[in-house]
Design a protein around this ligand. Structure first.
Ligand SMILES: [Zn+2]
Length: 359
């Protein structure tokens, strides 16, 4: 069995609901800390709650908290909990689907409520699997981050064996094309023009500001730029993983870029173009979303991925700018697509370092 957790944002909760979630959390936090100091914790059942307070807290939450505090005390000698989010087991949180909209229902301070959640395509895929019995629903946690409320839902499932029929997708990240994904005979390209243009604009604006020594403004502009890039990376990774899922991909392979910085063609390009952090960020987003979709991720050694032909011939001269053309067998295609294919085949082997990290 493998597990993963889905983060589902509650759709526009009213102020009253937000306050109630907050109150439940506060009550549950004090209860968890009370439990930590309760001498007969090991024998505690839901009845002990009455010794703690007269205020109402759903018994589903009480039971879950007792179970979790018991195991947390055993495992890590917890002293105090800063916050103890309310959780529900699979008996107490129900998933419903109505006209394509997903709803979660769970007990609260007043009554049981059903709330709609915002879902992405890959999350719908998992929720459908739970509803059809192909995956098992685990515990769910109600939590808040930056003013938004979420349910984190854990899921366990039997991984589909990557048999001989298993499909592998290779993804090359780079400068001219931010990402090129290849599976079988299909290829998905993400051009870098727009990103390069936006970043050049930001950078030249900053140069002018630099002369005026406007440091806070420069910093703000840098933040804006990285926020913009982050959004783009989110968008691309979502599309890539969607493309992989649509094509029945079992495993995504990418280059292990730790320690290497792709050589830019000129100093100008190096200064202005995408840097390794954004490649790394894109890979991280792809990995995270792929795992959510039940797709395995592997990293390969990056050596010779752009110089190797399918005939096996390795030569720097095989690549001329955006075109790959083998000097031995004349096989010709887009250079980044060739790299993505080589990555999918792991021609230089899997990276030991990175895969260990990821496991
Ligand atoms: Zn060749």
């Amino acid at each position: 069995m493998e597990t993963l957790s889905l983060r589902l944002e509650l759709m526009k909760p009213t102020e009253t609901k937000k306050q109630m979630y907050q109150k439940m959390t506060e009550l549950n936090t004090s209860f968890s800390n009370w439990l930590l100091r309760y001498e007969e914790l090991s024998k505690a059942t839901s009845k002990v709650y009455k010794l703690f307070s007269q205020e109402k807290l759903p018994s589903a939450v009480v039971n879950q908290t007792i179970r979790e505090v018991k195991s947390k005390k055993k495992n890590q000698k917890a002293k105090t909990f800063r916050r103890f989010w309310c959780s529900f087991n699979n008996q107490n949180l129900a998933i419903e689907k109505e006209n394509g909209l997903y709803k979660l229902s769970f007990p609260t301070l007043e009554k049981r409520i059903g709330v709609p959640v915002i879902t992405e395509v890959y999350q719908q895929h998992w929720l459908d699997k739970i509803l059809s019995g192909q995956a098992k629903q685990g515990a769910a946690e109600l939590y808040e981050k930056k003013g938004k409320w979420y349910i984190s839902l854990s899921i366990s499932f039997e991984p589909e064996r990557a048999a001989s029929s298993s499909k592998v997708m290779g993804i090359d990240v780079g400068l001219n094309y931010l990402a090129v994904a290849s599976v079988g005979t299909k290829t998905l390209f993400f051009r870098g023009n727009e990103a390069a243009f936006i970043r050049r604009t930001f950078s030249s604006r900053r140069k002018k500001l630099g002369k005026l020594k406007l440091l806070p403004v420069i910093k703000k502009s840098k933040n804006k730029e990285s926020q913009w890039m982050k959004n783009l990376n989110h968008k691309m990774s979502r599309q890539i993983v969607h493309f992989a899922a649509e094509n029945g991909v079992h495993c995504i392979r990418m280059e292990d870029l730790t320690g290497i910085r792709r050589k830019a063609k000129s100093k100008k390009e190096a200064g202005r173009n995408l840097h390794s952090w954004s490649h790394y960020q894109l890979q991280t987003f792809i990995e995270y979303k792929a795992k959510m979709a039940g797709i395995q991720v592997e990293y390969v050694n990056p050596h010779h991925t752009s110089q190797t032909c399918k005939c096996g011939h390795v030569d720097k001269k095989n690549r001329k700018r955006h075109t790959f053309s083998c000097i031995k067998c004349q096989y010709t295609l887009h250079a980044d697509a060739n790299a993505a294919i080589n990555i999918s085949k792991a021609i230089s082997g899997l990276s030991k370092k990175k895969n260990k990290q990821a496991a």
